[in-house]
Design a protein around this ligand. Structure first.
Ligand code: FAD
Length: 408
């Protein structure tokens, strides 16, 4: 792998105006990181990556590189781009394995983080760097959010998250309360009572969107986000239909094949997929079959009834077929998720937006003083790097808020 990494590094032209950096949503200083690696300064390169992006190792594995850094690489215009994802993965994982530094000096202020997905983890790491006493409240038994309970092992090994927990949380003195669903026994008011001066909400979108068609409550029908939490507990039979064509649908389809389902058919509403080209290519290579223009109308014990639509290039429907039947042993619905409102409904002063998400201003302030939010619960279902990007700004806002409180 090292030889390949150095080949990729040597392929970089070190452009004065680095399009790759512009294409990265968090503007990773790619030419400088590569320069440091080539100068045998891996430590400095690793530090630079982690300071800019606490989730650099995760991003090296799950970002949509072909649309971001690699898609903007000038080398890619006439040939293969520099595969920075491989370089980033090598540097960040090597550097992480040597990180042993303990907590920053304490500033005596407590901050609470609700949710340990990319948003909560980014805030926790940054506030801990500034000396805050940080506690994470997580409803699952382990940290990571979708990184652990959505994205399958074959795309993102759980060991990356275990290592993150050890090096970035435990060694830095960040406390984690697993299996703690804020909004049930513990409410936001309890956290304020117990001395947390600012609270961050990064609870993501975990409420599956229903299709609202007959048959959705049958025993062989499930939702993607529920299935991906623990695929081993499901018996899907031999023929699975996945309704939806986003990245979650690809993860369901590919996981199901690895868990023994023999045929997986993805029903796409349109004639293109919402999932990235790379994920669709992998799904096809794995043996997943795609059906386009599929509009399911009802589900029975034996399969899915649907109408097939034809569309013109603008996406307008030009014809609709009679209802047809597609036999299958199970169905997984993967048409996105929305935010749960347990915290909002148990907290005075917090409001939802008109889109059913948590309402904030552009700096991450919710409608209640001292409570901040970012990630999917504010933006809707997005990406890891977007959650990191927004959370970096919100962490600075929280620090400013807490600093002002200190001066009062
Ligand atoms: P989440 O990751 O959802 O984390 C929220 C956390 O809050 C969870 O741990 C949850 O248990 C916890 N929580 C919720 N309510 C409470 C509560 N009341 N109390 C305590 N804890 C609570 N993005 C990419 O960039 N690349 C990909 O390849 C990719 N693949 C994806 C595959 C799937 C199946 C899905 C669903 C999404 C994928 N995404 C991908 C999107 C990406 O994972 C999300 O945008 C990102 O995880 C959002 O981060 P977050 O921290 O806002 O929320």
């Amino acid at each position: 792998m090292a030889l390949h990494v150095m080949d990729e590094a040597n392929h970089c032209l070190g452009c004065k105006v680095p399009r790759c950096q512009q294409g990265c949503p968090i503007h990773t200083n790619i030419p400088e990181v590569i320069r440091l690696l080539k100068a045998n300064k891996l430590d400095e390169a690793g530090r630079m990556l982690f300071e800019n992006n606490p989730l650099t190792t995760v991003c090296s594995l799950v970002c949509n590189h072909e649309n971001q850094c690699e898609g903007h690489c000038v080398r890619g215009i006439k040939g293969a781009p520099v595969h920075f994802s491989v370089i980033e993965n090598y540097i960040s994982s090597t550097y992480a394995s040597q990180m042993t530094q303990g907590p920053a000096p304490s500033n005596g202020k407590k901050a609470a983080i609700i949710g340990s997905g990319p948003a909560g983890l980014t805030i926790a790491v940054i506030l801990a760097r500034y000396g805050y006493d940080v506690t994470i409240f997580e409803s699952h038994d382990k940290i990571g959010g979708v990184l652990r309970y959505g994205i399958p092992e074959f795309r993102l090994p759980k060991s990356v998250l275990d290592d993150f927990e050890y090096r970035h949380l435990r060694l830095k003195g960040i406390k984690v309360r697993p299996n703690t669903d804020v909004g049930k026994a513990l409410k936001i008011e309890d956290l304020f009572r117990d001395g947390y001066k600012a609270i961050f909400i990064g609870t993501g979108v975990w409420k599956p969107k229903a299709m609202g068609i007959p048959g959705e409550s049958l025993g062989h029908v499930n939702y993607a986000i529920d299935y991906l939490v623990d695929p081993d507990v499901y018996d899907l039979g031999d023929n699975l239909v996945v309704i939806g064509a986003g990245n979650s649908a690809m993860d369901v389809a590919r996981t199901a094949l690895r868990k023994g389902v023999r045929h997986v058919s993805v029903f796409c509403r349109r004639y293109q997929t919402a999932a990235s080209v790379r994920e669709v290519d992998y799904a096809k290579a794995d043996g997943v079959e795609f059906y386009y223009g599929m509009r399911p109308s009802r589900i029975t014990d034996d399969g899915v009834y649907y109408k097939k639509v034809e569309m013109d290039e603008e996406g307008n429907i030009t014809s609709t077929s009679e209802e047809q039947f597609f036999p299958c042993s199970s169905v997984i619905i993967a048409i996105s998720q929305g935010a749960q409102n347990r915290i909002v409904s148990t907290t005075t002063g917090l409001e939802m937006s008109s889109h059913g998400l948590l309402a904030t201003d552009e700096h991450g302030h919710t409608t209640r003083e001292g409570i901040f939010a970012s990630g999917d619960v504010v933006l809707g279902a997005r990406t890891v790097v977007e959650a990191v990007k927004y959370s970096k700004q919100v962490a600075e806002e929280m620090d400013e808020y807490l600093t002002k409180r200190r001066e009062k």
